[in-house]
Design a protein around this ligand. Structure first.
Ligand SMILES: [Zn+2]
Length: 499
């Protein structure tokens, strides 16, 4: 008889330093069995569905809760997701539960939302139902998770260009399981965090580590591996990076997870990337830039992709004195300022205070005097990609201010503002600017590198500050690199699939 797989999704990347709690209304998705047939091309659920359907599994949709990065989630959201998923478990009585998760989620009361959910659902389904979980590369994979999940599969690419492939890999573990193949999942925690702007898997030493894992898979030595470089803006008692290896031999699984964990440990300084440039150096570079291409400022600390509010006007403040010299594309989330611009009207001028209304402790408001309301918008845009190409985004009502040569976009809640089509869609062409500011960590690079004279990571304030030592961590574990030195990893462990 065909095995029944129930798929639920809970995806939100939290930033503890963003003070705004993400409520249920901030989540979208297609729940119920329509989740199986909904067009989710390129996404993890679709990868799972395609591979399992092809292998003859019976697929059911549970709860689909998806949100962009944001502040901690409300307890109500967590409870509602669990309650709904339990109802679907009762309805379907699945042989296997597939949970598609981000994995770096905190709530009002818990620092390990995904671990709690997996643990709770394990107690509901019992020990015989297979639980397979997929995570983002930035997941905070805890011991609680590993004790309760049979299979764990993480993205292997950052920027994340392998959502679909991750779903396929997760599905393959389920197929292997029902083919009677032995699998040993070993896990090693690494007590370190690093700013997400400091590394990618496309270049550098992290790529070499990933290449090593891929070689073990290609040579048939292990079945799968995941390297989790935990999202660093989680202020919670259990926080670690980790490695997961799945192999059909216990010793191999343990040995290779230990090797990869130590290689990841060895990267602890490299992952921090280049030191942040003072913003005055960036402006100086732009003033002397003769390439005809824009200088890109990555305002990573205020990146909504990393859960920040996007409401810091710090870069705007620093560029205002150069408003007659530098053509700039700038952005800030500020619903009240948008409303003010709408009331002033297109073509008119006004003084508008912008920024620091959502996370007032992290940056300062900036007064923009005699701003011309260049245009007003209430439409979304399609992402140019390559990451999430073709996905529709709606940043809410948007006003474009013009002050000298500064084009300042005020948005209600722009989130994916590292995508190149963002500025184009509001009548500002980044190609012809001297400076383009993007509130993004790494996702923007693939789109902007071809047109940029140079990309800078200046020191700026925000909830996703790359200077981790400057953030007000209160609940983090100790020791945790870079706050304390850490020991080399001496052991990895298998928690389930024991003989
Ligand atoms: Zn991520």
């Amino acid at each position: 008889m065909a095995k029944k797989v129930l798929i639920s999704q809970f995806s939100e990347e939290s930033n503890s330093f963003n003070p705004i709690i993400r409520q249920i209304s901030g989540f979208g998705g297609v729940s119920g069995d329509n989740m199986i047939t909904a067009n989710q091309s390129g996404l993890t659920v679709k990868g799972v569905v395609d591979v399992l359907k092809n292998a003859g599994f019976e697929l059911y949709g549970g709860v689909d809760f998806r949100s962009g990065s944001a502040g901690p989630v409300s307890n109500e959201t967590v409870d509602y997701f669990l309650e709904q998923t339990k109802q679907h478990i009762e309805r379907v009585k699945p042989d296997c539960l597939m949970l598609v998760m981000h994995g770096a989620t905190v709530s009002e009361s818990s620092g390990d939302v995904c671990g709690d959910m997996i643990s709770e659902l394990r107690s509901v389904v019992g020990e015989d139902v297979v639980i397979s979980v997929s995570f983002d590369l930035h997941a905070n994979v805890t011991e609680q998770t590993v004790k309760n999940a049979d299979y764990i599969t993480g993205y292997q690419k950052y920027p994340h260009l392998d959502h679909y492939e991750t779903g396929v890999r997760a599905g393959q573990r389920i197929i292997d399981h029902y083919n009677g193949e032995k699998s040993y999942l070993s896990y090693g925690a690494i007590p370190m965090i690093a700013p997400a702007s400091g590394y990618t898997t496309s270049t550098g030493k992290l790529k070499l580590l990933m290449d090593k894992g891929h070689k073990y898979v290609a040579d048939g030595i292990i079945k799968d591996f995941s390297v989790f470089q935990a999202q660093p803006w989680l202020d919670c008692p259990i926080l670690n990076s980790s490695v997961v290896v799945i192999a059909n031999n216990k010793e191999t699984s343990l040995a290779i997870s230990l090797e990869l964990a130590n290689l990841e440990y060895d990267l602890k300084d490299d992952l921090f990337g280049n030191p942040l440039s003072p913003i005055k150096d960036v402006i100086e570079f732009a003033l002397n830039n003769k390439t005809g291409k824009p200088v890109v400022i990555a305002d990573t600390a205020d990146s909504p992709n990393a859960g920040a509010t996007g409401d810091s006007a710090y870069v705007i403040e620093k560029l205002l004195p150069y408003k007659d010299d530098l053509r700039c594309a700038l952005v800030v989330n500020d619903p009240a300022a948008v409303d003010e611009a709408f009331s002033i009207g297109v073509g008119n001028y006004g003084d508008i205070m912008v920024g620091a209304k959502l996370a007032p402790k992290l940056s300062n408001p900036v007064l923009i005097k005699n701003a011309k309301i260049k245009s007003l918008h209430d439409h979304g845009f399609f992402m140019a990609g390559p990451q999430e190409r073709g996905q529709f985004r709606y940043p809410g009502k948007t006003a474009v201010l013009l002050v000298g040569k500064l084009n300042i976009l005020l948005c209600y809640h722009a989130a994916t503002i590292g995508d190149r089509s963002f500025y184009y869609s509001y009548g500002v062409d980044p190609d012809f600017c001297d400076i383009v500011s993007v509130k993004a960590c790494t996702s923007f690079r693939a789109g902007y590198e071809p047109i940029a004279a140079k990309i800078f990571n200046p020191a700026t304030p925000g909830a996703a500050n790359a200077s981790l030592l400057d953030l007000p961590f209160e609940k983090r574990p100790k020791p945790l690199y870079p706050f304390e030195e850490i020991e080399k990893i001496i052991t990895t462990k298998i928690y389930r699939n024991k003989d």
